[in-house]
Design a protein around this ligand. Structure first.
Ligand code: ZN
Length: 170
């Protein structure tokens, strides 16, 4: 038995909550493989042919956009990776097309903030800038937060400007 098999063996027993005999383990593995194969066959080919005129993306297109954006909200510093929605950077109602370059994944909270004016997404698709309600660049705000964190926990050795925040501001 190789090391990988031994690890699998131990985990299989842990998950099953009982010792496994070899036949049972083999059967488990075959069933899991068959299920994975079936899932793959049923999964549609990536539908990248977007219809610019369509109001909504298809489930396959939504999955593809989520994959592109890392299965998380695109707002810098937003930690959400649940309740993800597709947002038109240039609004559909303003003539924005339903094409990947004009679409971004947002969590439902950020999506609401955009449509209520507390979050602004500007720039051309592909070079998008996120701004808060006061017009501050959120990417920069997030980097300042990281710099503060580094200053706090790693500490700075220099003077007022010789620190992570100071160097970022320079
Ligand atoms: Zn968000």
């Amino acid at each position: 038995m190789e090391f990988g098999e031994a690890v699998e063996w131990v985990f299989a027993q842990l998950v099953a909550g009982r010792p496994l005999d070899e036949d049972a383990q083999h059967g488990e593995r075959e069933r899991a493989l068959a299920k994975a194969r079936k899932d793959l066959e049923e999964c549609p080919v990536r539908d990248t042919r977007f219809n610019p005129e369509a109001r909504h993306t298809t489930p396959a297109q939504t999955r593809e956009l989520q994959r592109r954006d890392g299965y998380r909200c695109s707002t810098p510093g937003c930690p959400h990776h649940l309740y993800l929605e597709v947002h038109h950077i240039r609004y559909y109602s303003h003539g924005g097309e339903t094409v990947p370059q004009n679409l971004t994944i947002l969590c439902s909270a950020c999506h609401r903030n955009v449509h209520e004016g507390r979050l602004r997404i500007e720039g051309t698709p592909g070079q998008v800038v996120f701004l808060d309600g006061q017009g501050r660049n959120l990417q920069r705000q997030w980097r300042l937060d990281v710099a503060d964190w580094l200053d706090m926990w790693i500490g700075w050795t220099g003077g007022e400007f010789d620190c992570y925040r100071g160097r970022l501001a320079a």
